[in-house]
Write a new protein. Structure first.
Length: 74
């Protein structure tokens, strides 16, 4: 659903929402999911437009599977 609403939103049909409805989501829940997908699309495009890069620590954590550790402030 997220891929289709991102790439081909005008082709969405009731059947595309069926798996989420089968999980118990109502119209309000589907709207919230669509908003989240839209926000992620927006933020990605904004970051790409500004040429932002992923933090090297995040890239390493993604590659290795080792979680990031919060740095102590003080």
């Amino acid at each position: 659903m997220a891929e289709k609403i991102s790439g081909e939103p005008t082709r969405m049909t009731a059947d595309d929402w069926r798996p989420l409805r089968d999980l118990g989501f109502d119209d309000t829940g589907l709207l919230e999911i669509a908003h989240i997908v839209g926000i992620f699309n927006y933020l990605t495009r904004l970051a790409d437009g500004f040429g932002l890069a992923i933090d090297p620590g995040v890239e390493e954590a993604t590659r290795t599977g080792v979680a990031l550790k919060r740095q102590h402030q003080g």
